[in-house]
Design a protein around this ligand. Structure first.
Ligand SMILES: NC(=O)c1ccc[n+]([C@@H]2O[C@H](COP(=O)([O-])OP(=O)(O)OC[C@H]3O[C@@H](n4cnc5c(N)ncnc54)[C@H](OP(=O)(O)O)[C@@H]3O)[C@@H](O)[C@H]2O)c1
Length: 499
């Protein structure tokens, strides 16, 4: 049943304690930025895993507070209010893959008793993660989260991905569905029973492990291949989307009374407005292709110009998390599992042609302003070629390069490297640029309508009015150069040197 009760975001969070998983990540940081900006007293526990060199607290300072995001927040709030907000943050060391997150019994029980909501933005987003790792981080970690939540029916906001829809086609609604072509038993509530699938995967993993027991590297390499094969057989592009789909099913099947909402972003890219336009971390799906083109390592890509690529700015995803989280802890918490797709495809689709034109526009006219991305103007244009033609040309080109290598090995090895780059990018990302689906976000927009007008303005969720050409050329490409590739830092260093 659809809830129509309205709620206020600040009010919903007031006096609550949240556990945020994945705060060192790209999305997690923007969610934390939003939480620290709330006008309510909310306690935030960040669970961060320690690294070999740094404790969790050291990582909080180095990987979170020292990013431009939080210096910007300090400027916005003023030092006193910023420090007050920070005084409500507690950092604990924990790993989502370990039982009780690796905490001792007392720590775990205290955390379970004090937590009012878990926001899970932690995951491995590596499309080539070996299957056993991807399962551990993305799927089985749900058990550890639920063992914290179940005793007090603590709500969980889980971040998933629109691509759990795998190879499904057409208009994709915000529902829990099975992959295309798979026959999976269902519970009486209509949820899918995945234990059989997981047992088969575990059998495969242990037989590969037995064959390679003394060589961990060979085992992981094999598990990457196996992950890809199993994902394809199950109706997914990669082990990432397969294990994220399994996570959704595990969560809904085992929640036993815990309220659950799932936010599914499409491809998350730089912010369009908050905290400032262009904030971006990491070289994501579309960026890997833009980067290879900018470095003259890619001249063509298989896609159809009039098809869409579903990109969503990170601030709209973080805003969606805020609304879904506020709904979960407000008095109007839904009893059913709510799924919210955070995407652009059905309301304001970005075509491959527009994306390409905007990138080529910057490459041709303003490449010198973004020197981390463009070492020089790319030598060639970027051709979008229909997939069947692309693969035919690639295989002919591979034979040509193989022959040419016999006569001019040095020149041919450069060509071969370019070919390998193109093949790798195509293998990983072509699926995301050749969709047969359109993600629907009606439920997310309904959720947005249920908050006050001031909250609607503060937390936009759907990029309905976004001018994509302007966003890509004037926001995203600069953000890729300045933040993801560190151009802003090197500019600052050269200004400091000059001073
Ligand atoms: N990026 C996208 O385009 C995209 C698109 C759709 C959906 N999503 C979803 O959005 C969420 C956030 O993605 P993102 O782009 O922010 O990813 P990200 O930048 O790679 O961040 C992943 C976060 O998960 C944490 N993590 C991983 N393994 C962990 C473990 N064993 N214990 C504790 N923490 C662990 C990481 O911590 P460390 O710093 O310790 O590694 C990091 O904080 C994920 O659920 C992802 O599936 C992302």
């Amino acid at each position: 049943m659809e809830s129509s009760t309205t709620f206020n975001v600040d009010h919903a969070f007031d006096g609550k304690q949240l556990l945020l998983l994945g705060s060192t990540g790209f999305l997690g940081k923007v969610v934390l930025y939003n939480l620290l900006s709330l006008r309510s007293s909310v306690d935030i526990v960040l669970m961060i895993r320690h690294s070999n060199r740094q404790t969790a607290t050291q990582r909080f300072h180095a990987d979170i507070l020292q990013t431009p995001l939080f210096s910007h927040l300090k400027d916005q709030l003023g030092a006193a209010a910023f420090n007050l907000a920070l005084s409500r943050v507690k950092v604990i060391a924990g790993d989502i893959t370990l039982p009780k997150f690796g905490l001792d019994h007392l720590q775990f029980t205290e955390l379970a008793n004090d937590t009012d909501l878990v926001i899970n933005s932690a995951a491995s987003v590596n499309f080539q993660e070996p299957l056993h790792h991807a399962l551990k981080i993305n799927t089985y970690s749900i058990d550890n989260i639920l063992s914290l939540c179940r005793p007090r029916s603590v709500p969980v906001l889980h971040v998933s991905t629109c691509y759990v829809n795998g190879y499904r086609k057409g208009r994709i609604k915000e529902t829990l569905d099975k992959p295309r072509h798979m026959d999976i038993p269902q519970t009486r509530y209509g949820h899918y029973l995945i234990d059989g699938m997981l047992s088969k995967m575990e059998e495969i993993i242990s037989s590969v492990r037995q064959a390679r027991e003394d060589n961990d590297k060979a085992f992981c390499q094999k598990m990457t291949e196996v992950g890809e094969q199993v994902a394809h057989q199950c109706g997914f592009n990669d082990s990432y989307t397969l294990t994220k789909w399994l996570a959704e099913q595990r969560l809904v099947n085992r929640r036993f009374g815990c309220p659950v909402s799932i936010v599914r972003p499409s491809i998350i890219e730089s912010s369009c407005a908050q905290p400032f336009p262009g904030w971006l971390e990491g070289v994501k799906v579309a960026d890997a292709v833009i980067y290879a083109y900018a470095k003259s390592k890619l001249h063509s890509f298989p896609a159809r110009k009039n098809r869409t690529i579903d990109i969503i700015p990170v601030d709209l995803v973080a805003n969606s998390c805020m609304l879904a989280a506020a709904e979960l802890i407000s008095d109007s918490a839904p009893s059913e599992v709510n799924i919210y797709q955070c995407c652009s495809g059905s309301r304001n689709p970005l075509s491959i042609q527009t994306l390409k034109d905007a990138v080529v526009d910057v490459a041709q006219h303003r490449h010198h302003a973004y020197t981390k991305l463009f070492s020089a103007a790319p030598k060639n244009g970027l051709r979008i070629i229909p997939p069947f033609l692309f693969h035919t040309v690639m295989s002919a080109y591979r034979s040509y390069v193989g022959l040419a290598k016999l006569f001019n090995p040095e020149r041919s090895s450069k060509k071969l490297n370019r070919l390998k780059t193109a093949e790798k990018l195509v293998k990983l990302f072509a699926f995301y640029a050749a969709p047969d689906y359109r993600f629907d976000n009606s439920k997310l927009r309904e959720l947005h309508q249920r908050v006050s007008i001031s909250d609607q303005n503060r937390y936009p969720v759907s990029p309905d009015e976004l001018d994509w050409h302007q966003y890509i050329s004037q926001v995203h490409v600069p953000g890729l150069n300045d933040y993801a590739l560190g151009g802003a830092q090197s500019n600052k260093a050269s200004v400091n040197q000059a001073a």
